[in-house]
Design a protein around this ligand. Structure first.
Ligand code: F6P
Length: 472
């Protein structure tokens, strides 16, 4: 038995170099980072887009040759598909919809056409690889039609789907012209998973109202088979982050960083550049903090790591300009010869640098306006190991349901962010350690491996139940 993970992105992406060769680097984002380190007790394959347009067969061959030894199977997208499927329907229609950015939603028929076409393309790449008895685990909103397509074309496989972003309430989901097709697409799976019970309830309510189905709690009977829905909060590879500081190069990096930031406190924020992350609100919160508490000037800096993302989508490009301006304004207003309030990094950090930053940061400021889960919050807590630290976390992130000992804020209220920073700055070290330990205990048991194992175990259970149902 093999498992096939199918997601829009593979865990590595090909990047074209100036000499027209390819370099292969780790993909960013929760799905790729979280799932790439999964330990599976079966042969694992991954089907996905290698993140680049391959112009001809020779380029495709180069990419395939690099990926094949890892059991990664690329799905090549044309420029038109990248534009209309990835930047279009996935990230200009579904992403704002699921993150409650109602006015950002764009409806274009060509987006939807491309979305259907690319879901079919993923299905076509998968078909020759999959055999009866295999498990297929589809990931995320780019591929909501794929479970049903697979159900109709390949027999005897278990199909799971996990939605990594919020599932919006019915009142919002219903605005989508293609709502029924998407729900039917998902219901091709045997098991549909979400990070939280709220997202799961929203899905059930949308399916009941749009498709006139009647769920019995977490299950519904469809064409002589049961479809199950459940919440599986995703975790991280805890030991990877927790033990990182034991490595010499990470320790060295941490010492260097500490030296360069001086004696003042460090607040850290790490995101992809995305309007759902609340970056501008966060900056305004920090600005307000410095304004209301001048005694902290020259005593604290905010290090903002912003990873470039979806730069061709208008809303993202515009946001970058606003962030640059806001950081410039804050630094212009408060900087002194000896102190810079905001350190701004518009690029990704490698793993060693990132964990060293997590380890030395006194505070992590994680304030998305909406976020399916947010793994940065968990990574920060794990990487602290035995060092004190405070997590300020948005109540709009799925992670806030688990990480109750963090300082929870409403990210829309910059005053609340300002107050939370003050509380974090003044929190006694023993209280920091106490809260940290409680949260570390939870996330060290709810790891990404456990998350995946739980999902697959439930799929196996459903397979047996449905086999009984078929025989009746
Ligand atoms: O679940 C959201 C997600 O698909 C995650 O993989 C990650 O947070 C991000 O979006 C990646 O975005 P993109 O593939 O568009 O760079």
């Amino acid at each position: 038995m093999k498992i096939f993970i199918i997601s829009n992105r593979l865990p590595v992406k090909a990047v074209k170099t100036e000499s027209d060769n390819f370099e292969f680097i780790r993909s960013e984002g929760g799905v790729a980072t979280g799932l790439s380190s999964l330990e599976m007790p079966m042969e694992k394959h991954w089907i996905g887009w290698p993140g680049v347009y391959a112009e001809n067969d020779a380029e495709k061959e180069t990419i395939i040759a690099h990926l094949r030894p890892h059991n990664y199977h690329p799905v090549f997208l044309s420029p038109n598909q990248i534009q209309n499927f990835y930047e279009g329907y996935s990230n200009s229609t579904l992403w704002p919809l699921c993150h409650y950015f109602f006015t950002y939603i764009e409806y274009e028929n060509k987006y939807w056409e491309s979305y259907k076409e690319v879901n079919k393309l993923f299905c076509e790449v998968a078909i020759p690889l999959i055999e009866p008895g295999d498990i297929v685990w589809v990931q995320d909103y780019h591929l909501m039609l794929l479970p049903q397509m697979l159900r109709h074309t390949v027999e005897g496989i278990s199909i799971g789907y996990f939605h990594h972003i919020p599932f919006p309430s019915y009142e919002l989901f219903r605005v989508l012209p293609e709502r029924a097709e998407l729900l039917n697409g998902l219901l091709g799976a045997d098991l549909i998973g979400f990070h939280t019970h709220d997202y799961m309830r929203h899905f059930v309510s949308a399916a009941e109202r749009v498709l006139d189905l009647r769920f019995k709690l977490d299950q519904v009977l469809l064409d002589n088979r049961m479809v199950y829905v459940d919440a599986f909060p995703m975790g991280i590879n805890y030991s990877l982050y927790h033990d990182a500081i034991l490595k010499r190069e990470v320790q060295q990096k941490a010492v260097e960083l500490k030296k360069s930031y001086g004696t003042h406190k460090l607040i850290l924020s790490v995101d992809r550049l995305d309007y759902s992350k609340g970056i501008l609100h966060r900056l305004r919160g920090f600005d307000l903090f410095l304004e209301k508490h001048p005694e902290y000037k020259e005593k604290v800096s905010l290090a903002m790591i912003i990873v470039p993302s979806r730069g061709k989508v208008d809303r993202y490009a515009g946001l970058k300009t606003k962030i640059d301006e806001t950081i410039g304004a804050i630094n212009g207003k408060y900087s002194t010869i000896n102190w810079r309030p905001v350190y701004y990094f518009y690029h990704s950090f490698n793993f060693e640098e990132l964990v060293a930053m997590y380890h030395i940061a006194d505070i992590a400021l994680v304030t998305p306006l909406r976020d399916g889960m947010n793994l940065v919050a968990k990574e920060y807590l794990a990487a602290k190991r035995d060092a004190p630290g405070v997590l300020i976390l948005s109540e709009m992130a799925g992670a806030s349901i688990e990480l109750r000992e963090s300082i929870i804020v409403n990210p829309n209220d910059v005053g609340e962010i300002e107050q939370a920073i003050l509380r974090a700055m003044e929190m006694p070290e023993d209280e920091q350690m106490h809260k940290l330990r409680l949260m570390q205990k939870d996330i060290s048991t709810q790891t990404v491996d456990k998350w995946a194992a739980g999902f697959i175990q439930e799929m196996n259970k459903i397979r047996s139940l449905n086999e009984v149902l078929k025989r009746k």
